[in-house]
Design a protein around this ligand. Structure first.
Ligand SMILES: NC(=O)c1ccc[n+]([C@@H]2O[C@H](COP(=O)([O-])OP(=O)(O)OC[C@H]3O[C@@H](n4cnc5c(N)ncnc54)[C@H](OP(=O)(O)O)[C@@H]3O)[C@@H](O)[C@H]2O)c1
Length: 316
């Protein structure tokens, strides 16, 4: 019998456990649809929900969690909820966190991430606009420091929030951090991030970043595991071949690529049937995992690019 991805958890460096399979909650069109997506996922056994202030879906994630608890499907303590602080809140992450907790209707989050190692300009506490731009469409940054290390100050403010509110934030981490940025951050902080969440799939080889994270006991969460819109990863002939061989879907192969190598995977879908059926963990061999890795070595492709016009140290 094929194992279930929903039964796997990984230990974080602070002793907490993160479920291997999470549900992403970026909305496709109508943000309110996320409520049914989260309820469907929880019913199907997912215990990890990935959200963010920026997605505008926390209120629907919150409703889904509340109803799932009321219906006796889960307890709060069964769930692992991640939210993130967007770069407009680099000076005041506490305002973003307060709003996230209120919208989620939760007393605590399991993981709070610095969404990007970037600081956007903002002259209010509401994070408006979320991506400030000049008339030519260039993002307006607010680095605060001469040496461009504002992202470290941003992390330290999240760290302070965590140290002051241990009951409300169980763990902290980062997202979209490359090796050069991690190398600058780690010597400066008291609390080493327990997670780095970044784009990862067979088309984007990042073994050096994985090795660096492993060395520092930073768990990796892979976002865009099927390559985001259009699901390009699922069109790779090798992914289809392994799905046929193991009698699973291509989505399940895409998640297995991470989970079998100790990373959590957070796909999203507006298709409830797809959410329900993407739960098995085919036992790909080491050789097959390497064959998938080599696809990106030969032809690397990043699908969530741009980085708001900033250089954040990624090779591709
Ligand atoms: N930290 C960050 O900066 C960051 C950035 C990006 C994403 N994330 C997180 O990662 C989550 C997932 O990322 P993502 O949405 O970029 O990527 P994804 O899960 O790789 O891709 C989702 C897209 O693939 C489509 N898809 C999935 N299976 C399909 C299939 N079998 N056939 C056709 N289309 C298929 C979905 O369409 P359907 O809706 O039709 O299924 C959806 O449009 C997000 O929701 C978010 O929580 C974090």
């Amino acid at each position: 019998m094929t194992k279930l991805a929903t039964s796997i958890t990984f230990k974080l460096s602070n002793g907490s456990s993160i479920p291997a399979l999470g549900l992403g909650t970026v909305p496709s069109e109508d943000a309110s649809e996320v409520k049914d997506q989260v309820k469907t996922a929880i019913k199907a056994g997912y215990r990890h929900i990935d959200t963010a202030w920026r997605y505008g879906t926390e209120i629907y994630v919150g409703e889904a969690i509340k109803e799932s608890i009321e219906e006796g499907i889960v307890k709060r303590s069964d769930l692992f909820v991640t939210t993130k602080i967007w770069p407009v809140f680099h000076k005041n992450p506490q305002d973003s966190f307060k709003k996230s907790l209120e919208d989620l209707g939760l007393d605590y989050v399991d993981l709070l991430l610095q969404h990007w190692p970037l600081c956007f300009k903002c002259d209010n506490n509401e994070g408006d606009p979320p991506v400030p731009m000049d008339n030519d469409g260039n993002t307006l940054f607010d680095d605060q420091t001469d040496d461009g290390s504002g992202f470290i100050e941003f992390y330290k403010r999240i760290e302070e929030l965590y140290l002051e509110n241990p009951g409300k934030i169980k763990s902290i981490g980062v997202s979209n951090y490359s090796i050069p940025f991690l190398k600058k951050l780690l010597p400066e902080v008291k609390v080493i991030p327990v997670v780095n969440q970044f784009e990862y799939h067979p088309q984007l080889p990042q073994q050096d970043l994985i090795n660096f994270c492993n060395e520092h006991k930073i768990h990796v969460t892979a976002y865009s595991p099927v390559g985001s819109k259009g699901a390009p990863v699922l069109k790779l002939p090798l992914v289809q071949e392994f799905a046929d061989k193991y009698g699973v879907t291509t989505n399940e192969v895409a998640n297995a690529y991470h989970i079998l190598q100790g990373r959590s995977s957070i796909p999203r879908s507006s298709n409830l049937e797809r959410i329900k059926t993407t739960v098995r963990l085919p036992s790909l061999t080491e050789e097959e995992l390497d064959q998938l890795y080599q696809i990106g070595v030969k032809d690397p492709k990043r699908h969530i690019g741009g980085f708001f016009g900033a250089d954040i140290g990624f090779k591709y």
